[in-house]
Design a protein around this ligand. Structure first.
Ligand SMILES: [Zn+2]
Length: 146
């Protein structure tokens, strides 16, 4: 199984791929199942880990990644079970708003790139779960957090 990171907007182009939401909430009109272990917050909607929480630190992006990575680590067992369950699919898509939401559009305007949790999530999935992750071509402009 491969996981494709894409946006809700782009997900229309892949009719035969099972689609899931890795966003805290979905744009109106989308009912993809939300996968709780991929979220930046808690399942109850609280405690989001966002880059803005780390502004002012010496290395905000590294701190952001470390916090998100630690949260995913808490969920490793659940994530592994879920991926095993999905293994019969050639590919599945994880959908996020970016870069079609206002925050990403603003970042693109200011910096030419945007930050999205699917960068960290994808790295984590490959490293911890050994599942291959692909990114749609709009994610070329996603800032890679080393
Ligand atoms: Zn995103």
């Amino acid at each position: 199984m491969n996981i494709l990171m894409t946006s809700f907007t782009r997900s229309h182009g892949m009719p035969h791929v099972p689609k899931f939401s890795c966003a805290m909430y979905a744009p109106q009109g989308y009912d993809y199942p939300r996968i709780s272990w991929t979220l930046i917050g808690r399942e109850d909607g609280s405690d989001w880990i966002r880059p803005r929480n780390f502004i002012g630190l010496a290395d905000p992006l590294t701190a952001y990644k470390a916090a998100l990575w630690a949260r995913y680590d808490e969920r490793e067992k659940v994530a592994r079970i879920w991926c095993d369950m999905m293994a019969g699919n050639a590919a599945i898509a994880f959908c996020c708003w970016c870069p079609h939401d206002r925050a990403a559009q603003r970042q693109m305007g200011e910096h030419g790139s945007y930050i999205c949790h699917t960068d960290v999530l994808g790295q984590w999935i490959e490293e911890r779960l050994g599942v291959r992750v692909w990114y749609d071509d709009e994610r070329r402009l996603m800032k890679h957090i080393p």
